[in-house]
Design a binder for this molecule. Sequence first.
Ligand code: ZN
Length: 78
Amino acid sequence: MVKITCDVCDKVRPQKGSRAEDAWILGYDIEVENANALQRSLRFLSRWDDARLLELGAIHLCSEKCKDQYIKDARAAA
Ligand SMILES: [Zn+2]
């Protein structure tokens, strides 16, 4: 069993079947290299997908609030 934590607040994702897991958001944070710049691409899936959560660049967020925070931080770092 893989332990998943929120990439913003470090909260641990609850076990399967618990109601609290519904709010979690799965996304991707991928860097794409162009001719002269590194571009960061953020994508969020419409629903959680256990089969994809360990894919390259996957990000795990426990709530809409952490998702907003993540986007803010990503913009600040760009
Ligand atoms: Zn969080």
